[in-house]
Unconditional design. Structure first.
Length: 425
């Protein structure tokens, strides 16, 4: 019954998306962030919902020829970064088809970001897409938070398969927590306003349940940002203390032990293993500064061995014991550096730099304009989400993480709307 009901609703929205392209984008991002197949148990498990949403969106966008997209610095840098990734993979010394699956997923991510920017031509459509993303992540978050509470803190948070491992799941949850506060704050219905705090609290518990040290640092950064930006700090401090106390009561000893090692990174074998991988990636970039060694190059055993042997006499200024073999990069910055070279890293940093700058510009320019106040608040939420990605990503191998590019596209769309509003468009 569940499969039949969901499939019927999905089919109806898919048909409508041929006429209203933003519905297709909503289906696309929702089914990517919360794959429905994981929650269906009959014939629905085998239906490629996300691919159907992608196809309907593309058709809807092609039919909707009245709209045009302008390449702002964010989208331009994103397109150039995709081009650089493509060139790097084409020139890579890795075996044929190495990293091709990740490359295909990244192409899809960029297309989704451009589709979002293309159809979000007004406030209503942009909000609808952002709400679709937030609802998808909130559903997975609350499911994990409920398990943490019911297990007395024993549950290990790992969201849907598309979220990755516990560390990337914690990052996903953190990135959307500012949006919950924003969307709840502008909601017209009292119930929606009341739900923002429970959903936010669920995010805190789910991140603690991930046992992720990066997630813990992200929570600290989020708490600091909320304190700095709060108009009334006493209620915010009280709420953070309450959530923190509840989290620590539920946190198991395993989580406490992992957090305690954060301050002694030089004594942590896991961290020093990451340092060795970073040195391998840095050496790849020094050898191939323009194009790098291609996607997942450090995971190729023969290539990794070549560079690992060289590290016995090169880049010795940071002592790090040799790893037992190829491992994930555990840093978006070192991974991009090794895979795409210094050019790729510059484009990657520029892309996010322009996104953060655009969000900051929006906030500054809507001051004193009550009709655009919402744009400033959304920009602040999106900006904080991107900052949390850049902070936690410093220790995670997720440079092609879909939510980051979707939030960048939302900033781009918001910036365009804000400029049109300022200019009377």
């Amino acid at each position: 019954m569940r499969d039949l009901l969901f499939t019927t609703l999905f089919a109806l929205m898919s048909v409508l998306s041929l006429r209203y392209a933003h519905l297709g984008v909503m289906l696309w991002v929702w089914s990517a962030l919360l794959p429905p197949n994981s929650y269906l148990y009959g014939f629905g498990r085998d239906i490629p919902f996300n691919k159907i949403a992608v196809a309907c969106t593309v058709i809807g966008v092609l039919i909707d020829s009245r709209k045009r997209i302008g390449l702002d610095p964010i989208l331009l840098m994103m397109a150039l970064f995709l081009l650089q990734v493509s060139l790097s993979l084409a020139a890579a010394p890795t075996p044929e088809d190495w990293g091709s699956d990740l490359y295909e997923r990244f192409i899809k991510v960029v297309i989704a970001a451009f589709a979002l920017r293309f159809v979000a031509i007004d406030r209503a459509r942009l909000h609808a897409i952002v709400i679709a993303m937030a609802l998808a992540v909130a559903t997975g978050t609350l499911a994990e938070a409920g398990k943490v509470v019911l297990s007395g803190g024993g549950h290990h948070t790992i969201g849907p398969p598309s979220w990755g491992d516990e560390n990337s799941s914690a990052t996903m949850i953190l990135m959307f927590m500012p949006l919950y506060l924003y969307l709840g704050g502008i909601a017209a219905h009292p119930l929606a306003r009341r739900l923002r705090l429970p959903v936010f609290a669920g995010g805190v518990l789910a991140v603690i349940g991930s046992f992720s040290r990066g997630g813990f640092l992200g929570l600290l950064a989020l708490a600091l940002a909320l304190l700095v930006s709060a108009r009334r700090r006493v209620p915010v401090i009280a709420g953070l203390v309450l959530l923190g106390s509840l989290g620590f009561l539920l946190a198991p000893d395993q989580w406490v032990n992992r957090i305690e090692t954060t301050g002694a990174a030089h004594e942590d074998a896991s961290f020093m293993g990451r340092v060795f991988q970073w040195k391998v990636l840095a050496l790849m970039a020094l050898d191939r500064p323009v194009v790098g060694a291609g996607m997942l190059a450090n995971m190729d055993p023969s290539l990794w061995l070549f560079y690992a042997d060289r590290l016995e006499s090169e880049l010795t200024f940071i002592p790090a014991p040799r790893s037992d073999g190829p491992h994930a990069s555990h840093s978006i910055y070192f991974q991009v550096l090794g895979e795409t070279g210094f050019v790729g890293l510059g484009l990657f940093l520029g892309m996010f730099g322009f996104g953060l700058r655009a969000a900051g510009t929006i906030r500054a320019q809507v001051i004193g304009q009550p009709d655009l106040l919402w744009a400033g608040e959304m920009a602040a939420a999106l900006r904080l989400g991107l900052i949390l990605f850049l902070l936690t990503g410093a220790a995670l191998p997720i440079p092609y993480f879909e939510p980051a590019y979707l939030l960048l596209a939302a900033v781009s769309a918001l910036h365009s709307l804000q400029k049109r509003g300022r200019n009377g468009g």
